[in-house]
Design a binder for this molecule. Structure first.
Ligand code: ADP
Length: 645
């Protein structure tokens, strides 16, 4: 007999095995689901090979069998698929190639270290990250894989007790093509040899596996391609089951589904599912999965990324087209002219569906937008053709919805406040003659709603959208216009107030303080080289001053993002606007009659400029600003008296 060859698992797998064997995770059924799913993949691959190459065809039906043995405490999951060669055993059952899976494992390991145990919701994701096989160690103290590849005559036995090592030995005698996963069950895993229990588990998780799953002579699953059924004949329960099979998400229902059928110009059936939550938001990195592509009900590719754009990557589902040849290979599939056509139709249907969802089921749409809005809106920059459609789906906070009363709960900004203003609803409230859609972006809603630049807009009853995520602003900058109106940041000099909203020139406003020009001059001198200009403002009512971006420059927020990401980025100079009617400015105008006050006035200009920068989330010259405010305090302190009158 040949000696077993010994190997050690890659570090990440060792960590995973450690977590799995120490986990109190209740839902061990998923291990069976993963092994059946692997068997099914292997059968799909073989069918594909048989279709394209005659020499591998034979009469045996492709199937999965479960063989429980109560006495021996053994459960065998057998398939007659492609099997594994010696090298494939080493590669596929000993190392992890995908970077996404490694990241998943690292996150899992880090969480386990912190909390003592990995949260069960995370463990249930195991299949999705391409490490499902190892779930076998949740059930078994020892796992054997006896296998023969369809390309070879020799069979191999892979064996491990999950403690960091595995062995591979050649098997003498005949080994049937495919793989048998032999689980030597742990002591408390009797249920996995109980036929009724196995039937229950298979029906629950694997009913949509497209190959028969047999237990003795019974076929346990339905294998029904529900996507070719008429829409109204598919029950919610079937959808939930199919969704769970596709996603490996246990006990979860899709947030919504879209069932499509078309005969021309392309023939296809499709069901697309949206999960109820976005796990990218949970810190597991990018979603990495595609759509199942079938030709006449038979799976051609299980992870087709060419059917939906990046910004819809969170959808699961199946697309089945009779116009696709069955034996198409992955390589030729990529160039197949049908894919871009299918993609175009699917994208349009999904975006239209979302628009109707917003109308008809606003609560569901809200949840959808909260979870997937961040991914969806990146589509504006990626998909020129559909950008207006995507923009229609975006939602914002605005001066209309986020006033102080709605914003604050117990003195703190209510983070759960879901944005609800669409560009369309904004336009319905637009005032006569309004040619621009106004927005203000910044890091948090609280600061945004108090920004001095809003004064003029509130006074004129003009709504301003709040963008508290830079992605929103990138999206709007790329969109540029919506329904014929320019999208514009209110810190820009390009803002045009509609004529109808200009306040009547009251006498009070007409009277400018004396010496205003002198103040502007002194400020200009003090801020020479720092600002493009200092000028009188028509947009402020209460605040002393604000900073405006010259025409055609980016908003503050975008500039900030750029300066963080590009070292060499230099912020453009801004225009410093001052409000002649504000108390301090009027007083400074008075004081400027005496040139002894010039230095003080210049200092005030510098300090006001520093304050404006801070309000915009930018950092002024720290040394200079702190020294100056200290000097102000010292002067004030000197002018006060300690004598109690
Ligand atoms: P995934 O299936 O998501 O790639 P797994 O950890 O479940 O991740 O399996 C790793 C690899 O082992 C599979 O990609 C496949 O190449 C191989 N494999 C697993 N089970 C089988 C099987 N029953 N037949 C053939 N190959 C298999």
């Amino acid at each position: 007999m040949s000696q077993p060859q010994e190997f050690t698992f890659q570090t990440e797998i060792k960590q995973l095995l450690h977590i799995l064997s120490h986990s109190l995770y209740q839902n061990r059924e998923i291990a069976l689901r993963e092994l059946i799913s692997n068997a099914s993949d292997s059968l799909n691959k073989l069918r594909h090979i048989q279709l394209s190459d005659e020499q591998y065809r034979d009469d045996s039906p492709l199937e999965i069998t479960l063989e429980p043995d109560k006495e021996a405490k053994l459960l065998v999951i057998r398939d007659n698929g492609i099997g594994l060669t010696h090298d494939e055993l080493v590669q596929n059952l000993g190392t992890i190639a995908h970077s996404g899976s490694k990241e998943f494992l690292r996150t899992l390991a880090a969480k386990a270290e912190k909390g003592g145990e990995a949260p069960s919701a995370d463990l249930s994701l195991i299949g999705q990250f391409g490490v499902g096989f190892y779930a076998a160690f949740m059930l078994a103290e020892k796992v054997e894989v006896v296998t023969r590849s369809y390309r070879e005559q020799t069979g191999w036995r892979w064996e491990s007790d999950g403690s960091g090592r595995f062995t591979i030995t050649p098997v003498e005698g005949d080994v049937p093509r495919g793989a048998q996963i032999r689980l030597h069950l742990k002591d408390d895993m009797d249920e996995f040899t109980d036929p009724n229990r196995l039937k229950f588990i298979v029906r629950k998780y694997s009913t949509f596996v497209p190959h028969p799953i047999k237990l003795a002579t019974d076929i346990l699953n339905e294998q029904k391609p529900i996507w070719v059924e008429p829409k109204n004949q598919v029950t919610e329960e079937q959808h939930a089951g199919f969704y769970q099979w596709l996603t490996h998400h246990t006990d979860e229902k899709p947030l919504w589904h879209l069932h499509l059928s078309s005969d021309s110009p392309i023939q296809f059936h499709s069901i697309l599912y949206c999960p109820p939550s976005n796990f990218e938001l949970m810190g597991f990195g990018q979603i990495e999965h595609g759509i199942n592509l079938c030709a006449k009900r038979i799976l051609v590719q299980d992870d087709c990324r060419d059917l939906l754009p990046e910004y819809l990557r969170f959808l699961y589902g199946v697309v089945d087209s009779a116009d696709l040849p069955l034996n198409v290979s992955r390589e030729t599939l990529q160039d197949h002219k049908l894919l871009p056509k299918l993609k175009k139709v699917l994208v349009k249907k999904v975006l239209d569906y979302l628009a109707s969802l917003a109308e008809e089921q606003p609560e569901t749409f809200k949840t959808f937008y909260q979870q997937f809005g961040p991914i969806l809106r990146t589509g504006i920059g990626q998909d020129f053709e559909n950008r207006e459609r995507i923009a229609k789906l975006m939602r914002f906070h605005s001066t209309h919805t986020a006033n102080e009363a709605t914003l604050l709960v117990g003195g703190k900004v209510d983070k759960s406040l879901i944005p609800s203003v669409s560009l369309d609803s904004y336009l319905q409230r637009a005032v006569e003659g309004q040619t621009q859609i106004f927005y203000l972006s910044g890091p948090d809603l609280d600061a945004l709603s108090r920004h001095p630049l809003l004064e003029a807009f509130r006074k004129r009853n003009l709504e301003v959208l709040f963008l508290d995520d830079p992605i929103d602003e990138f999206a709007l900058t790329q969109l540029h216009r919506y329904e014929g109106k320019d999208l514009i940041s209110i810190d820009s000099a390009d803002v045009k107030f509609p004529e109808s909203t200009n306040p009547a020139e009251t006498d009070e406003l007409k009277i400018k303080p004396k010496n205003l020009t002198r103040i502007l001059e002194l400020f200009r001198g003090a801020l020479d080289g720092k600002v493009e200009d200092v000028r009188e403002s028509s947009r402020l009512t209460d605040s002393n001053c604000c900073l405006i971006n010259p025409q055609g420059t980016m908003s503050n927020q975008l500039q900030k993002v750029l300066s963080h990401t590009m070292k060499e980025y230099e912020m453009p100079k801004r225009i410093f606007e001052i409000n002649p009617h504000a108390g301090l400015i009027t007083r400074l105008c008075d004081l400027s009659s005496n040139s002894d006050n010039d230095d003080f006035i210049r200092d005030c200009g510098r300090q006001l400029y520093a304050n404006s920068l801070i309000l915009d989330g930018l950092i002024p010259d720290v040394e200079e600003t702190t020294t100056r405010s200290l000097r102000f305090m010292e002067e004030l302190a000197r002018s006060k008296s300690s004598i109690v009158i």
